[in-house]
Design a protein around this ligand. Structure first.
Ligand SMILES: Cc1ncc(C[n+]2csc(CCOP(=O)(O)OP(=O)(O)O)c2C)c(N)n1
Length: 358
């Protein structure tokens, strides 16, 4: 049974949620279920040996990507770490091209050369998928700088894990973000662990990573990731601060991952108990809780929710079939896509103005 303790504040009544239509609320459910079904399917075929490389699953964290990215407009940018499938699908990337990328096929989002950690879609302002812990944090800062430089009303959502907050570059970024007043929002997806090390063992200031922002004179907030309304309400405040006042924020969203660090995590069952995982699945699962909320609000019925889930599963199965039937990159394409400039001999390529053409 899911714990039904009501939260102190009903974020359904907050500015950004109260006028949502039933169709929009159902769409958030669909978005989360699509991420989950995509990943379950990826796991099944990874275990059958159909993919090389790593596979870092996002299952349990769906409300973060789906909720925050649902607030993005045309001048907003998204960049994240290697646990990137949820963000990719939330920005609207096609499931086939994501799955094909995991399979290393030429039809994949990065032509099969990036794999699971490097899903990218610049046409949707999605700047990846980065494997170096905290490597995306200065890039996110640069995206925010670009938005400000062009005097656009936009911002950058830059996601990182709890472990990444202990990297020096993250602190350098907070300093510059505050000093230059850049419209960046650092979203710490605190799933409790970095690889096999719990947050308690890796962070000296244990109970609030976002509060580190105070040292840089920056706003921050804590968010309960199991409530999609809260995720949207608090992210919206930070995004408006960034867009209208060009100010940065650190948000820490409490979440949990059900699987190991990656599928190759040999210690997955050693650093936390099965009871802990079960507790999250039973009481804090963001997809179940959102589903229950929409049933309570009479937005949809159990039967309708099941149909949406089934649709997502079918879409995921089809994406795996598409990936399997797709060709591998050809051997003579091995030197393509290495340098953007070489493959795009354009003025933008030659002048270095790749991303913000004006
Ligand atoms: C600079 C660097 N150091 C170490 C690693 C190895 N590594 C990959 S993921 C990871 C843990 C990161 O944990 P966290 O930031 O909490 O993200 P999560 O996996 O929980 O999403 C480490 C140490 C790396 N990829 N890059």
């Amino acid at each position: 049974m899911i714990d039904s303790t009501p939260s102190m504040l009903d974020f359904a009544q907050s500015k950004v949620n109260k006028d949502l239509t039933a169709a929009q609320k159902v769409q958030f459910f669909r978005d989360m279920v699509r991420i989950r079904r995509f990943e379950q399917t990826a796991l099944k075929f990874y275990n059958k040996g159909m993919m090389g490389g790593f596979l870092h699953l996002y299952i349990g964290q769906e409300s973060v990507a789906a909720g925050t990215i649902s607030l993005c407009g045309e001048n907003d940018h998204v960049i994240t770490a290697y646990r990137c499938h949820g963000h990719a699908l939330s920005v609207g990337m096609d499931m086939n091209s994501c799955m094909a990328e995991l399979y290393g096929k030429a039809t994949g989002a990065a032509k099969g050369k990036g794999g699971s950690m490097h899903l990218f879609d610049p046409s949707r302002n999605f700047w990846g998928g980065h494997g170096i812990v905290a490597g995306q944090t200065p890039l996110g800062l640069g995206l925010a700088y670009g938005v400000k430089y062009q005097e656009l009303e936009g911002c950058c959502l830059c996601y990182l894990g709890d472990g990444a907050t202990n990297q020096g570059v993250f602190h350098e970024c907070l300093n510059i973000a505050a000093l230059f007043q850049l419209p960046v929002i650092y979203i710490i997806e605190n799933n409790g662990y970095s690889m096999g090390t719990s947050q308690d063992r890796s962070s000296s200031y244990k109970h609030c990573l976002a509060q580190r922002a105070e040292a840089y004179d920056m706003d921050w907030d804590l968010v309960n990731g199991e409530d999609l309304y809260e995720v949207r309400a608090k992210t919206h405040i930070a995004m408006e601060r960034a867009r209208k006042e060009s100010k940065p924020t650190v948000l820490e969203i409490a979440t949990y991952r059900y699987y190991g660090h990656s599928v190759a995590d040999a210690n997955a069952k050693k650093y936390r108990t099965p009871e802990e995982i079960e507790k999250y699945k039973t009481y804090h699962d963001p997809v179940r809780l959102w589903r229950r909320r929409l049933i309570e609000e009479a937005v949809f019925t159990d039967v309708e929710a099941d149909a949406i889930d089934k649709e997502a599963k079918t879409e995921a199965d089809r994406s795996a079939a598409f990936a399997e039937q797709s060709p591998a990159p050809s051997v003579d394409s091995i030197f393509d896509d290495v340098y953007w400039e070489t493959d795009n001999n354009t003025e933008a390529g030659n002048t270095g103005r790749h991303f913000f053409n004006d």
